[in-house]
Design a protein around this ligand. Sequence first.
Ligand code: SF4
Length: 98
Amino acid sequence: MSEIKITVNVDGYLAVNKYSVDEENAHIELVDDPDTAEFLKLVRVCPAGLYKVDEDGTKHFDYSGCLECGTCRIACGDTIIAKWRYPEPTMGVQYRYG
Ligand code: SF4
């Protein structure tokens, strides 16, 4: 059986989207000092790669590139996601298919 290899440049697709970031009103917020194991789940599942951990273990999250997929809410909505809702009207992601 032949092997099919498909390579997709996800960053390239994400780069064509347009984001209107509500700087005053984050639509996703985490609890203070989120549990590391829970946070690492989000590092793995967020399709936009918005959850990151530095080499020194510092956790980072930036909602400004959010795709509004809800994956983090499903994965950790009962643990470290303190707030999740869609952005206000006219804010958030606008998908572009270039
Ligand atoms: S809603 Fe989706 S894209 Fe946005 S932070 Fe959560 S997992 Fe990432």
